[in-house]
Design a protein around this ligand. Structure first.
Ligand code: M6P
Ligand code: ZN
Length: 188
């Protein structure tokens, strides 16, 4: 293949040119939020776009580096902030790195044996997610959370293991106007 030259707008998160973009609405994440009544209401009212991914057009193969931007829009479902689905890598020898360009958020990470940690995301912060750690990002700011990601071409996305575990060990909710990371009590 030929080299790729692309332009990344750190304000909007747009990457041009890009490969097939992903757009996830609330209806694509049934059961992921704590407050299922608030979730159902919001799906009926507006079914908002929660986040978008703009990848470079790179083959999903060993030796390549999958990379691009993710834009998580601001908002909440009940008291819980908009977030990504979250996943392990199918290939558990694959790491990933996130570089925050705009906004405020948290990266929740955890291992298969239940060790949970989180990283603050703000412009300039970099978090390296080692192999074997599941990861989910949460936007706690007023505007979009924009970050650049890079991972091995053959990493793959495993969403099923998170569902089987009953979700992530930590959630991020608003309490008295402020974001708080707290134990989830075991759900998606
Ligand atoms: C990041 C990367 C992507 C991922 C996206 C959305 O940009 O980790 O690989 O697809 O976040 O996260 P998820 O796939 O968990 O919805
Ligand atoms: Zn990943």
């Amino acid at each position: 293949m030929d080299p790729i030259r692309a332009a990344l707008d750190a304000e909007t998160g747009q990457v041009e040119p890009h490969g097939e973009a992903i757009t996830r609405r609330l209806s694509d994440m049934k059961g992921y939020y704590l407050d299922s009544a608030a979730e159902a209401r919001l799906v009926d009212e507006a079914n908002p776009v929660l986040y978008e991914v703009f990848p470079l057009d790179v083959p999903e193969e060993e030796g390549h580096v999958l990379c691009g931007t993710t834009v998580i829009h601001p908002g909440k479902v009940g008291t819980e902030y908009f977030m990504t689905k979250g996943h392990f890598h199918e290939n558990d020898r694959s790491a990933e790195v996130y570089h925050t360009l705009r906004g405020l958020g948290y990266l929740l990470i955890e291992t298969g044996d239940g060790r949970a940690e989180h990283c603050e995301m703000k412009p300039g912060s970099v978090c390296y997610i080692p192999p074997g750690w599941a990861h989910r990002t949460v936007n706690v700011g007023q505007g979009p959370l924009v970050f650049f990601y890079a991972m091995p071409g053959d990493a793959g996305h495993d969403y099923g293991s998170i569902e089987l575990r009953g979700g992530f060990r930590e959630v991020v909710v608003e309490e008295s106007g402020l974001p708080v990371v707290q134990p989830s009590g075991g759900r998606q």
